[in-house]
Design a protein around this ligand. Structure first.
Ligand SMILES: [Zn+2]
Length: 446
């Protein structure tokens, strides 16, 4: 941030701003890689570091292991107004693995260089874990109390489906979330610079649903030299080809429509619903987050049939990775069934809901106000993610309305989307300090 861009009202750096980078580095230095098969180091060491940092300022937290080594930390700050519903602030402590040979720094070094903190988890999502810690520590040291109860949770296993993290907590300890109606967490709240007088902050309000489907064709087994009008391989091949070649029409959900309208307005270009490509061009690499949210997708990913050149198998199967838009699940599966036809059946390998919440209400107003207070050029816009987070399923099952809000004011030329699970993942130190200021305002005043 150059002095000219510094908002006039920015106060001197607070202890939270001063320590957030160190907290982030500390967490990055703890390898909590999640391989998804239980072979990783687990989250215990990272969870213990969070517990220790909380204990330093006198905060008691619950440490919950779902399985040996799979640590979760949760604590509640009592608000001054018990009539208000509680807000959940959650971050995951696990990270995806990193292949050190590909990196220009040690991915578990937590090094600060050129104004950035480098390492696996710097944006996904030890940045937020550290911001949560810094803000909570400062609230506690200052003896300030929020208006509503705040539940802070640092959870395990998000990168492999949340079974040992959010799922375990919501299933076995639902009392910890008593009174929680809303949540903030990852993959939203970062800036997209339009020009020096306007920054869009993308707040995630929707997530596509997921349908991994196995297609199965049953036919008549037999010798490969004979006539066979009931060949399972032929049937599965036809079904897979039809699904894979299908062009899903553009279907704008309320979130995506608002997003495209706002982006077009910000860049001063028209928005044609039938041709949104020019608007998407304007968001640069962030298209990785939203490019697949204008329509359903269904990509064939696996095929399995047969065991010998001259034997027609009695069954053949395939797997389709389907992602459907919120509010359009029934229509998606109806189309899939039409495409695969009556001779092929399907079953779920994995099925997860889609989510969409409206971009309004007191929490949204508070997020906008907190952003604007720290960046007068801020304009918040809702967006839909093509993937999913812990806000889906587990917290949604408890009736919690979730938002992606990790406030980061980023340099205009930063390719933020490629940082997620990417090589040389890094986050600007001043973006973390900005985030701490925004979160402090939001959590105290909301
Ligand atoms: Zn994440």
């Amino acid at each position: 941030m150059t002095p000219a861009e510094t908002p006039a009202a920015t106060p001197a750096a607070t202890p939270a701003e001063n320590e957030v980078a160190e907290l982030c580095s500390e967490l990055i230095r703890i390898d909590s890689s999640n391989y998804g098969d239980g072979s990783g180091p687990g989250e215990r060491a990272a969870a213990e570091a969070v517990m220790a940092r909380l204990a330093e300022v006198g905060i008691e937290a619950a440490y919950i292991e779902s399985e040996p080594g799979r640590g979760n930390v949760i604590t509640r700050v009592e608000g001054t107004d018990p009539s208000l519903p509680a807000l959940l602030v959650h971050g995951h402590l696990d990270v995806v693995p990193a292949n050190a040979a590909d990196w220009s720094v040690d991915p578990f070094g937590g090094e600060v260089r050129d104004g950035y903190i480098w390492g696996r988890g710097a944006v996904d999502m030890k940045d937020m874990d550290a911001m949560m810690l810094a803000v909570l520590r400062q609230l506690t040291r200052d003896g300030r109390r929020p208006r509503r109860d705040l539940v802070f949770a640092w959870v395990a296993d998000e990168e492999a489906g949340g079974v040992y993290g959010a799922k375990h907590l919501t299933k076995h300890h639902p009392e910890l979330f008593e009174g929680v109606t809303e949540a903030i967490s990852e993959v939203g709240g970062y800036s997209l610079e339009v020009d020096p007088s306007l920054r869009l902050y993308l707040i995630e309000t929707a997530q596509k649903g997921l349908g991994w489907m196995r297609l199965i064709a049953d036919g008549t087994a037999g010798h490969g030299s004979m006539l066979n009008p009931d060949n399972a391989v032929t049937e599965i091949a036809k079904a897979v080809a039809r699904v894979g070649a299908h062009e899903w029409p553009i279907t704008l959900t309320p979130t995506v429509r608002t997003f495209l309208t706002e982006v077009a307005a910000a860049f001063g270009i028209p928005f044609d619903e039938n041709d949104p490509a020019p608007v998407l061009d304007k968001i640069g690499p962030l298209v990785r987050f939203v490019g697949a949210t204008l329509n359903h997708t269904a990509n064939p990913t696996q095929l399995d049939a047969g065991y010998k050149s001259n034997v027609i198998p009695g069954q053949a199967s395939a797997v389709i990775d389907g992602r459907f838009l919120p509010g359009h699940e029934d229509e998606f599966f109806k189309t899939i069934d039409e495409l695969i036809g009556p001779k092929v059946r399907r079953e779920f390998v994995h099925h997860d809901i889609a989510l969409e919440t409206s971009f309004d209400g007191a929490l949204v107003e508070s997020m906008i106000a907190a952003l604007k207070a720290e960046d007068p050029t801020a304009r918040a816009v809702p967006y839909c993610m093509s993937g999913g987070t812990d806000n889906k399923t587990f917290f949604a099952d408890l009736g919690v309305r979730g938002f992606g809000f990790v406030p980061l004011r980023l340099p205009g030329d930063m390719d933020f989307a490629s940082m997620f699970h990417g090589v040389d993942e890094r986050v600007p130190v001043d973006a973390l300090q900005f985030g701490v200021r925004v979160l402090d305002r939001l959590l105290l005043n909301y």
